[in-house]
Design a protein around this ligand. Sequence first.
Ligand code: SF4
Length: 347
Amino acid sequence: MAKQHKAVALISGGLDSLLAAKVILDQGVHVEGINFYTGFCVEGHTHAIRQKDKSKPKRNNALWVAEELGIKLHIVDVVEEYKDVLVNPKHGYGANMNPCLDCKGFMVKKALQWIKENDFDFIITGEVIGQRPMSQRKSTMPIIARESGADDLLLRPLCAKFLPETKPEKEGWVKREELLDISGRSRKPQMALANQFGFVDYAQPAGGCCFLTDKKYSDRLVDLWETRNDKNYELDDVMMLKVGRHLRPKPHFKMIIGREEGENKFMEGYRKQFVHLRASSCMGPLVLIDGELAAEDEALAAQITARFSQGRDENSVVVELTDKTGVAKLIAVKPLAENGILEEWRI
Ligand code: SF4
């Protein structure tokens, strides 16, 4: 009996990786999925905690894809190794802080390591020529294959007919004629294919598979690096950039203000690591201070906290300020008047 070959598919949770894996599965190849957790992934994260997003499904799309395909999914934590990819991208950043080309190369390299350790034969990605301006161009496809070390073990089933034959095709592990020739930014061919396969409830394509493609998120990250004068970061930093309203009234401290109950609850878990404030004479959000709050800044921080409380139109609001040792004090302040200054401070 002919040997059944084994492929690992990079699964982001989007439609392209779903289709790419399906095309290869249908050729009788054993496929398992791999999903790399960088800390910036959109999947199953803080977009799920806000009240306004309650109607959106909370599922992890990578897991959903694996379930739809009936394949095993390996979720691999690469948070530490990814730092170097983000901080020192050889090919630079995309429109925001997304180092897509280096990121793709890194993930394929990790997948290559994985197939060697797990006795698999090749790697599949859902890349499509012309789909993304930075990483998915005809000229960048060989760069990813070469720099990852995967070379002809990297197969892109959705656009394979535009690319040189890979080892799985040459060896007859997969039939090249059954691979596809999708290109360009239009999603119509993928949607038609999804329809043909009977996939209906797939994730709608957005700007990218991680927060680094988001301008606001990227601005916050750059602000974090600049004000700390250090590009090092921890997973908690990355999490906090996704949540709340961020204001920087002074260079040495930033305020993270919960915008609603879901965010306040999420931030509660981090409260003890930060100096934090909350109105005590009325309802108001939890406010975390990132940086050093000097004694002369406390009144301003309390005024801003009061501004976002239900007492914003009162003459005086009492705000509780708690330091990192848990010692609290009460400060009575007039809420800050809104005169456009909050917009200037917003990150
Ligand atoms: S969108 Fe994010 S996860 Fe996807 S390739 Fe670009 S940097 Fe990597």
